[in-house]
Design a protein around this ligand. Structure first.
Ligand code: ADQ
Length: 745
């Protein structure tokens, strides 16, 4: 619009300039012609009376005065043939006296018409200090004898004045036109815009009639708004707890978030002397989600698994956490032994967990476990629905324990935004086919609005499984699945850790941590320490890790007596046979290596089979020379990220399995295949001899990545996608209402 108006105004200015030139010339020519003919007329008309009065000076002067009475005539004069002045009016310009004009009147080649005799009619336009004048002269004859001539001087300054008036007039007209030309379109556009925005606003609020022309605009607007939201949220800068909170307020109006997860973030257990202690469970899911809950508040619905959990809840089974801070609620759900056995140990951890991880443990599917899994999913879904405070809440469902809950929640709350995050890998469709209840699992998950995985590969595997086993429409362009009119977006959201990590903020310096650990384990001053931190789980490749350490000591005698590897192994799922076996195997391998290479003052493998609270875990991270993550298959693996976060001193080397999601991001780690023991031992040797500046370079690069790609960004991306989806659904709902209300006029 601005450009159009500019072009219009410049065009008008040029036009006015051209027109004013033409007008000026034309006006001048008109007036000059007019004066010329008037002068002729006057002189011709008065020629006889001047001739009659020629010899009577008084009458002659009166004649001349009467000629000069016209306000445009400056003066008149009568001249003798000898060019002397016979009579004249006052104020006659001296420049055109009889002598000056006479030479022209007598000229052989006069400018104007020639009459008989010696004298000629003559006229010219001249410029005096007072302005332009028109001078005309005409011979006077008495009875055919030339006796002299008369001169008349016309004032032409009025022509200039009129020219200027005409120009001023034109400029005024131009200004008016320019104002009208720019103002009218502006007013019209403003009016139209206000009408449009009123209509559009009405439409978005579900009021008024929808014009047909709005249909394409609305869809464009939706896309544009989506893009703007994206761009805004993709804006550079670090994601923090505050930014996440602001995002929630801006896009979701600070709505209460409800998280459903099997594991609770704070477990109350009895300890000695009847006291109750709070424990932070060893769980990647809890590590990631707890900072989100502290930032956003809301309710975390989970299994109350601590032996003092019942004593610490209120009448609604709520407890406020974190202790001392109390920014959100845990809603504990109680499970019977039978339910826990079937749902948690059975279907979740003997069925789905090995199904989703390529770790060579055969999945076990029992009908009784499946029944409990369904019952417990319903129990948790009901608990979630009781915690919400609107008909369209935001519910974050976590992990493979709750594959059925999304559809159950949607049945009771059709307008809820259900975001599911699957923390473990999703197998390929062929492998998924092993599960006898694969269709129910897939249908349950498709109750969600957004389904997140760590990687695009897992998203693809999920979509392929849906494609292969159930009746749906797959929208590959938008990575979405549409089933019975409901749409589920399938998206990768690589999980991470908080940044900065609170346990690092409060930890002693790396030197102090090293000194403490060295003291605790009686390590020699020149000792080297490797660290592994895991739940005792067969997917983590702990056996392979210990075997690689054994091979290192075998192949590199220089590290014997010097290099120790501390494995922090939190007991996990201990009721399951495979985990018991793993525990025994790890113990056996440890004993063998320690017997083989250990000495009185040297223990190669330090096996710490217990849960460690985060400050202790971070003390080990900060003390170690290397951290070895050797998972056979891992959705992400947060231990790798925690180790990098802990190394504020830029020291230490990460040796990382290529089968973790983390290996895609932490590319400056030494990436290994845990099945290839030789290369793992070689990587350990490289790590233990890596120059300090190379360690720093690698650490710096990984730390800057984690600072950006932290868990607030992970949650922020999901919540922004959820907000966009909610907007789109609202607009789509209104469009559908309008469509149902009949065609627009
Ligand atoms: P997990 O399998 O639990 O997580 P991981 O991501 O490594 O694995 O997280 C483990 C967490 O438990 C870390 O915070 C670690 O500090 C803590 N931990 C481990 N051993 C401990 C011990 N002995 N004592 C105390 N704490 C201990 C699942 C998936 C992962 C995914 C996460 C998050 O299997 O692939 O990264 O969820 O999505």
């Amino acid at each position: 619009m601005a450009r159009f108006i500019l072009v219009l105004v410049v065009g008008l200015a040029l036009l006015t300039w051209a027109v004013s030139g033409v007008v000026q010339t034309t006006v001048r020519e008109w007036f000059e012609r007019d004066v010329n003919s008037r002068a002729k007329l006057v002189l011709t008309g008065s020629r006889q009376s001047i001739a009659d009065a020629w010899n009577d000076p008084v009458t002659l002067n009166r004649q001349l005065v009467s000629l000069a009475r016209d306000e445009r005539v400056m003066g008149a004069v009568a001249c003798n043939t000898d060019l002397s002045t016979r009579s004249g009016t006052q104020g006659f310009p001296e420049e055109f006296n009889c002598l000056a004009v006479g030479s022209r009147v007598r000229a052989a080649d006069p400018v104007v018409d020639v009459v008989n005799g010696e004298l000629h009619e003559w006229s010219t336009i001249a410029t005096l200090p007072t302005g332009r004048v028109y001078v005309s002269a005409m011979p006077i004859s008495i009875q055919g004898q030339e006796v002299g001539f008369a001169i008349l001087v016309h004032d032409l300054s009025y022509i200039d004045r009129r020219e200027r008036t005409a120009q001023t007039f034109l400029i005024v007209v131009f200004c008016i036109l320019a104002i009208l030309a720019s103002g009218i379109p502006l007013l019209a556009a403003k009016r139209a815009r206000s009408d449009w925005s009123l209509e559009l606003r009405g439409l978005l609020h579900g009021k008024g009639k929808q014009s047909r022309e709005f249909q394409p605009i609305l869809s464009d607007m939706r896309e544009l708004v989506g893009r703007m939201v994206n761009e805004r949220e993709d804006a550079p800068g670090q994601w923090t707890a505050e930014r996440l909170q602001q995002t929630l307020n801006r896009h979701l109006h600070g709505e209460k978030i409800v998280i459903l997860a099997n594991r609770e973030p704070y477990i109350h257990n009895h300890v000695a002397d009847g006291k109750i202690e709070v424990q932070h469970p060893a769980s990647g899911l809890v590590t990631a989600l707890e900072p989100i809950m502290r930032a956003c508040s809301g309710v975390w619905v989970a299994h109350g698994s601590g032996d003092a959990d019942r004593e610490t809840v209120d009448l609604n089974d709520h407890v406020r956490v974190p202790p001392g801070e109390e920014s959100y609620l845990i809603r504990r759900v109680w499970l019977t032994e039978e339910e826990q056995q079937g749902y948690y140990y059975g279907f979740s951890n003997e069925g789905l967990w090995p199904l989703c991880h390529i770790a060579h443990t055969r999945p076990v599917f029992r009908t009784a476990d499946w029944r409990q899994y369904r019952i417990v999913n319903q129990k948790f879904a009901d608990a979630v629905c009781r915690e919400v405070d609107s008909k369209d809440p935001i519910i974050l469902v976590q992990d493979y324990h709750f594959a059925l809950a999304p559809a159950m929640i949607r049945k009771r709350l059709p307008e809820a935004t259900v975001i599911v995050f699957w923390h473990i890998p999703w197998p390929n469709s062929e492998r998924m086919g092993i599960c006898p209840w694969r269709n129910e699992i897939l249908e349950g998950l498709l109750g969600s609005s957004i389904l997140g995985f760590h990687t695009q590969l897992h998203c693809n595997n999920f979509i392929d499984s849906v494609d292969r086993y159930i009746e749906t429409r797959i929208d590959r362009e938008h990575n979405a699945v549409v089933r019975q009119g409901h749409r589920t977006l399938v998206r990768p959201y690589p999980i991470s850790i908080e940044w900065p990590v609170r346990w690092v903020e409060t930890a002693p310096s790396p030197e102090d941590c090293r000194a403490q650990v060295w003291r605790d384990f009686g390590l020699k001053p020149n000792a080297l320490l490797g660290i592994g931190v895991d739940r005792l789980d067969y997917t983590k490749g702990i056996e392979e890790r210990l075997l690689a350490v054994e091979l290192l000591l075998e192949q590199h005698p220089e590290f014997r007596g010097r290099f120790s590897f501390a494995q922090l192994a939190a007991p996990s799922r201990t009721k399951i046979e495979r985990y018991k076996e793993l525990n025994e195997t790890v113990e056996r391998i440890t004993e063998r290596i320690n017997t083989r290479f250990g000495k009185k003052d040297y223990t190669p493998i330090i096996l710490l089979r217990s849960h460690h609270e985060p400050p202790e875990v971070f003390r080990f991270y900060r003390a170690a020379d290397l951290c070895f993550v050797s998972s056979l298959h891992d959705g992400m693996n947060l231990v790798a990220k925690e180790f990098v976060a802990a190394r504020t001193d830029l020291k230490g080397v990460l040796v990382l399995s290529e089968f973790t999601g983390a290996a895609r991001e932490l590319t400056e780690a030494l990436i290994v295949n845990p099945y290839d023991l030789e290369s793992c031992a070689a990587a350990l040797a490289v790590a233990l001899t890596m120059p300090a500046d190379e360690q720093q370079d690698r650490m710096r690069s990984m730390r800057s990545l984690l600072a950006q790609f932290n868990v607030y960004r992970w949650a922020g991306k999901m919540l922004v996608d959820a907000a966009r989806l909610r907007n789109q659904e609202r607009v789509a709902g209104r469009l559908a209402e309008h469509a149902n209300a009949g065609p627009a006029d």
